[in-house]
Ligand binder design. Structure first.
Ligand SMILES: Cc1ncc(COP(=O)(O)O)c(C=O)c1O
Length: 373
């Protein structure tokens, strides 16, 4: 039987029902396990494996590629730990890697570190599939689509096909879309990587990351890196994340519908420019996004005339916290330029749509814009 996405989200990763056991077993807090004789697992030491991770990893895997049992997922302490696990387990001195020029800010730090290890780092923008132009001879292509914070989109299938010709592995940072919005492994990628800190867990209260792959040896190398670096999630965080997955479809559907309503309302204003939402028909990334995304995410970005206007706008909002990150049930927004790491105008606002009523949220935004005009 094929279940719908909501049903799968609700049941993802649950163990077989056993009398008098909870549906979702509670977090297992253990640094070590009873281990008589030879150390042949599955649970030996707390940095290697934990039953709470196992349930969560199964759950995420079921969402990453529905109906397949050959997906292996590895959870991490944060999205950056997940990203680092792929890059640093796959690349060695003398290799070339292609990164997006406009990806998540901390990629710039990763880039410096890779270069320090003698790895050639090439960058190109996400939009227009520009990474194709620097792919020659690369060992790994790193894609982030939609990109954060510019919300550009690239054609994953096309990039994967080109990477295959070069013999390059492909990793997709799927943080913004979540597995309900986009399935990188089905689009041909070798690694689907995400920060679970955002929409996947969706409450703005934990940090988490994961890597999913179909190839067991790639999964093994990522798992090995987790053991070496010790970048492991706490059992409580893993359990909270699993609990949150049950509402993933509810949250994401609501957030995406409201994000589109907000984008449509913003499109009608003359004090807003540079509006981006991949789900907005007629928008610059909509066509490519519609070919590979099932939902378009909770983030809308736009530009107000200058820094002062953006700051006053953020202050005037009542339902939206001035905070970084995205994907949570409470709307947040920030003037992205305050961090200094993104090539964005001073008045650029990254807006993360929460689970408030769409009418309330859109009204709050329009009122705040009017007030600071
Ligand atoms: C696209 C993207 N990837 C990765 C990360 C890093 O995730 P974390 O903060 O969980 O380490 C972020 C964080 O904002 C992000 O936006």
């Amino acid at each position: 039987m094929t279940w719908g996405e909501g049903t799968r989200a609700v049941r993802a990763g649950l163990p077989e029902a056993r009398a008098y056991e909870p549906t979702l077993p509670g977090p297992v807090f253990a640094a070590h396990y009873h281990l008589p004789g030879e150390p042949t697992g599955p649970y030996t030491y707390g940095r290697d494996e934990n039953p709470t991770w196992t349930h969560l990893e199964r759950a995420i895997g079921e969402l990453e590629v529905p109906g397949r049992t050959d997906v292996e997922t590895v959870v991490f302490a944060s999205g950056m730990a997940a990203i680092s696990s792929v890059l640093f387990s796959q690349l060695k001195t003398g290799d070339a890697v292609v990164l997006p020029a406009d990806g998540y800010q901390a990629l710039a730090l990763v880039r410096e570190q890779l270069a320090a290890y003698g790895i050639e780092v090439r960058t190109a923008p996400t939009g227009g599939d520009a990474q194709l132009s620097v792919l020659g001879g690369a060992r790994l292509l790193w894609i982030e689509t939609p990109s954060n914070p510019g919300l550009d989109v690239c054609d994953v299938r096309r990039l994967v096909a080109a990477a295959r010709e070069e013999g390059a592995l492909v990793a997709v940072d799927n943080t913004l879309a979540t597995p309900l919005g986009q399935r990188p492994l089905e689009l041909g990628a070798d690694f689907s990587v995400a920060s679970g800190t955002k929409g996947l867990t969706g409450h703005g209260d934990i940090l988490l990351g994961h890597v999913a792959c179909r190839d067991a040896s790639l999964a093994g190398s990522v798992r090995r890196w987790r053991k070496i670096a010790g970048a492991i999630p706490g059992p409580m965080e893993a359990w909270l994340a699993h609990r949150s997955l049950a509402t993933l479809q509810l949250r994401v559907d609501r957030q995406c519908a409201t994000a589109l309503a907000l984008a449509e309302a913003l499109a009608a204003r003359d004090d807003v420019s540079g509006l981006r939402y991949p789900g907005l028909p007629g928008g610059p990334s909509h066509k490519v996004a519609a070919g590979q995304m099932r939902r378009f995410g909770s983030v809308v970005s736009f530009v107000l005339p200058d820094r002062a206007r953006a700051e006053r706008f953020l202050e005037a909002l009542r339902l939206v916290d001035d905070a970084t990150s995205f994907g949570g049930v409470r709307s947040t927004a920030e003037r992205r330029g305050r961090w200094g790491g993104d090539a964005v105008p001073e008045g650029f606002v990254r807006f993360s749509v929460g689970a408030e009523d769409a009418e309330d949220l859109v009204a709050d935004v329009l009122r705040a814009l009017d007030e600071v005009r």
